[in-house]
Design a protein around this ligand. Structure first.
Ligand SMILES: NC(=O)c1ccc[n+]([C@@H]2O[C@H](COP(=O)([O-])OP(=O)(O)OC[C@H]3O[C@@H](n4cnc5c(N)ncnc54)[C@H](OP(=O)(O)O)[C@@H]3O)[C@@H](O)[C@H]2O)c1
Length: 212
């Protein structure tokens, strides 16, 4: 697929190179392409440009920016450039404040997730929550003694979720589809839970698995 990754942080870089590794064509978008010059020299297959260029290029979009900037980043990408496309939403609504006893603070509440806010603002984009509740080091083809980890996803478009499920399959994950956009109210806080062992014990290598 042609993939447009919005973001220049660790998540954007890891997912961009993960898509290349799994045979996709990738453009990465940022407000400041120059800051990725060194990274680009190592990751030559990823074309770095603006948010708009990445969004125009992608048939699949990945939103991997700071939660507080997610709406601005999609606006810079251009509403028409994300319309009708699956948008993997890896963001979390984390405030700019330190965690308390290892627990991050969110700017949303349990009755409205960040993804729902973004979906309302960009009604024609097919947002799918994924990759938000695992650290970037474990996102692409992770290996755990406990077997394949589970990625919890949700979104209003069944077709977009089917696309994301195929990607997750390639990236070594089993998928648990939790339904429509409202389920992001439950999936986004998994990020808080995932981070607690990291902040308390510097343990950042784990993932969730749904047992049946
Ligand atoms: N770090 C992880 O392991 C991890 C794991 C799961 C989920 N997440 C989530 O994934 C997202 C990305 O995390 P990250 O750690 O890779 O990076 P980050 O530091 O949270 O975000 C960096 C990105 O945010 C963009 N940004 C910041 N302010 C902006 C603004 N005013 N307008 C537009 N864009 C702006 C930056 O754009 P420029 O490129 O233009 O500077 C950059 O691309 C976050 O929502 C985070 O909660 C992170």
């Amino acid at each position: 697929m042609k993939v447009g990754v919005l973001g220049s942080g660790d998540v954007a870089k890891v997912l961009a190179s993960g898509f290349v590794k799994n045979g996709h064509e990738v453009r990465l978008g940022t407000r400041s392409p120059a800051k990725l010059t060194e990274w680009s020299s190592i990751n030559r297959a990823v074309v770095v440009g603006t948010f708009t260029e990445a969004a125009q290029f992608g048939d699949l979009i990945v939103l991997a920016v700071k939660g507080t900037a997610a709406r601005d980043a999609l606006e810079l990408a251009g509403e028409s450039n994300v319309a009708g496309k699956p948008v993997i939403d890896a963001t979390n609504p984390i405030v700019d404040a330190p965690p308390v006893n290892g627990v991050l603070k969110f700017f949303t509440d349990l009755d409205e997730s960040l993804m729902e806010r973004l979906q309302k603002t960009f009604p024609d984009a097919h947002l799918v929550k994924a990759f938000n509740s695992v650290g970037n080091a474990c996102m692409v083809n992770p290996r755990f003694q406990g077997g394949k980890p589970t990625m919890f996803i949700c979104g209003n478009s069944e077709a977009a979720k089917a696309t994301v499920r195929e990607i997750l399959d390639q990236f070594g994950w089993e998928t648990a589809d939790m339904g429509k956009a409202e389920a992001a109210r439950a999936i986004e806080p998994l990020c808080m839970l995932w981070c607690i062992p990291g902040f308390l014990r510097n343990d950042w290598v784990h993932a969730f698995k749904l047992l049946a």
